[in-house]
Structures are given as C-alpha cells and as structure tokens.
Design a protein around this ligand. Structure first.
Ligand SMILES: [Cu+2]
Length: 120
C-alpha cells in the first residue's frame, strides 16, 4: 500500500513538470520496468540543451523570453516562455530576434538558463 501511494505521487509530480504538459516519458510505455530504474524525478543538477529565438530580454530582472523548439529530454513541446538566467552576464549582447542555443538547469517552468550562444 505504501509503495502504491509513492508511485501515484511520482506520477503526479511528473505531470506538473515540463511546461504543464503530461509528458511523463516511460511510465506507460515500459510497464515492466522497475521504478528504481526509471529516470529520477527532480534531478535539478541535470542540464539540457535547447534552441530557440529570443523574443525579449529583461536585463533588470535577469530574464529573457525565448520561443524555444521542443526539448525532447524534458518532454517539452515548442513554446514561448520566460526564463531566469543563472547570472546577468549571460544576457550581455543578447538581442530580440537572435537565434540561440542555450542550456537549462532544472526540469520545469522554473528552469534556469545557464549558457547562451548564438546558433550557427
Ligand atoms: Cu517551455
């Protein structure tokens, strides 16, 4: 009984992560996979790469808005959203309309941008 409750909680938190979409990757597609071997929920240290177009930069708040492409590792669809940056210097020279590659730390809407480079 205790284990079942835990699995329900894990499933619920997976649903909350990832831009508000139900994108839990493997719970239904691999029913025989032991829970312990599934990707850990809430690995805040993991970094993922994304690509997108800068919509606006808010240097005063240390944030920018990116129309990002899907980020498969996070199960995110393409969308426009605002991100905080890890440090203000990341925003230097970044302008609206710029195509960028970026890295994200975190797996939900509060993910923080840790690097920005111009896309080639
Ligand atoms: Cu998003």
């Amino acid at each position: 009984m205790k284990k079942i409750t835990l699995l329900v909680l894990v499933a619920a938190s997976s649903t909350l992560a990832g831009c508000g979409r139900d994108d839990a990757p493997s719970t239904s597609s691999m029913p025989n996979m032991p829970a312990a071997q599934q990707p850990a929920v809430g690995q805040q240290a993991a970094e993922n790469r994304g690509m997108g177009v800068v919509q606006s930069v808010d240097a005063a708040n240390g944030s920018l808005t990116i129309a990002h492409e899907p980020i498969a590792a996070l199960g995110w669809p393409a969308m426009t959203m605002s991100f905080k940056v890890d440090r203000p210097a990341l925003l230097e020279g970044v302008e609206a309309g710029e195509h960028i590659e970026f890295t994200l730390r975190g797996q939900d809407m509060s993910a923080v941008v840790t690097s920005i480079e111009e896309a080639k």
